[in-house]
Design a protein around this ligand. Structure first.
Ligand code: NAD
Length: 321
């Protein structure tokens, strides 16, 4: 069968696919428009796409042979899963393999913000360092502080477990009880307003859905501590970005570490001007090992789906009921 891959991904996944199917990889090393995807995947049975591709109702309905969509990400808010399900097309994602990598990045952001790492680095490079100073670049301690995890799923759990060396008090918000966090870290399940008003570090790990859109807005930011650090490695629209910029400009919270943005890849100028924001180009899962594992996983899901089997990481298993 024919598989269209919307952008170059690590070779191992492509080779795996080529063992079973005829594979075309987009020659453009950039995000394809919807029209380009429709055009280039026109006769494809399999579509291997990225989180930056919009696979909406129009795209799905315009690909007459489509039998399987393998998304190269754990988040799948870029795919209209409801429409795919109606058309009996399985959709898969790449969970687990990127969990520790993304949790590590969340920690990198915690320390970057709390200890003003990026600002301090620029300070040195700009020739401003004139010697140790008692009031120079004062940040926030992390050890023994309260870490609030919003969305205690795979990545949220990994992030919290990695706090063990820092003896932290752990709070979490999730519709489900998390027995691992409760038994290993004595974590407490709480509500959003308690978590926000009592945490020193708040880290977001929820999927982007209608329920989580703008979960953190003006009111939520106002309820946070003045010394708090907010980390977002989930999806940009979970935070009302304008409200966050205002809060950071007014030093309403200590700082924010962001890997994702509301209008990606656009980052507002006002956000770029803030010293108390550390901004990264959506690199949560960006290590060589993890990206290769994601490519292999997406390819394996594609092969299973095109064989008429339920892919191991199917997000709409009801297609097979
Ligand atoms: P997961 O499904 O294991 O965890 C999500 C958790 O959020 C679940 O436990 C769910 O119950 C909880 N949840 C859902 N709605 C909630 C709400 N309203 N309030 C509180 N909790 C809620 O997913 P995961 O593998 O941990 O990934 C989480 C998200 O991280 C992904 O959906 C993706 O968008 C994002 N992500 C980003 C990067 C990156 O590059 N920055 C990398 C990987 C994942």
């Amino acid at each position: 069968m024919k598989v269209f891959v919307t952008r170059k991904i690590p070779e191992s996944g492509i080779n795996l696919l080529k063992d079973h199917h005829t594979v075309t990889v987009s020659k453009k090393d950039r995000v394809l428009s919807k029209t380009e995807i429709i055009d280039q995947a026109q006769d494809a049975e399999g579509l291997l796409c990225l989180l930056t591709d919009t696979i909406d109702s129009e795209v799905i309905s315009s690909l007459p042979n489509l039998k399987m969509i393998a998304n190269y990400a754990v988040g799948f808010n870029n795919v209209d899963v409801k429409v795919a399900t109606q058309k009996k097309i399985p959709v898969s994602n790449t969970p687990e393999v990127l969990t520790d990598t993304t949790a590590e990045l969340a920690w990198a952001l915690v320390f970057s913000v709390a200890r003003r790492i990026v600002e301090s680095d620029s300070f040195c490079r700009d020739g401003k360092f004139e010697g140790w100073g008692p009031m120079l670049m004062l940040g926030q301690d992390v050890t023994k502080k309260t870490l609030g995890i919003i969305g205690a799923g795979r990545i949220g759990t990994a992030m919290a477990l990695k706090s063990k060396g820092f003896n932290m008090n752990i709070l979490y918000v999730d519709p489900e009880h998390n027995s691992v966090l409760e038994s290993e870290l004595d974590a407490q399940k709480t509500d959003l307003s308690t978590l926000l008003s009592t945490s020193d570090i708040v880290s977001l790990h929820v999927p982007l859905t209608d329920d989580t859109y703008h979960l953190i807005g003006e009111k939520e930011l106002e309820s946070m501590k003045e010394t708090a650090v907010l980390i977002n490695t989930s999806r940009g629209p979970i935070i009302d970005e304008n409200a966050l910029i205002k809060a950071l400009e007014n030093n309403q919270i200590f700082g924010a570490g962001l890997d994702v943005y509301e209008q990606e890849p656009k980052i507002p100028k006002r956000l770029k001007q803030l010293n108390n924001a550390v901004i990264l180009p959506h690199i949560g899962s960006a290590t060589r090992e993890t990206r290769s594992k994601m490519a292999d996983m997406a390819a394996e899901n594609m092969i299973q789906g095109l064989n008429g089997k339920q892919p191991s990481n199917c997000v709409n298993p009801e297609v097979f009921e």
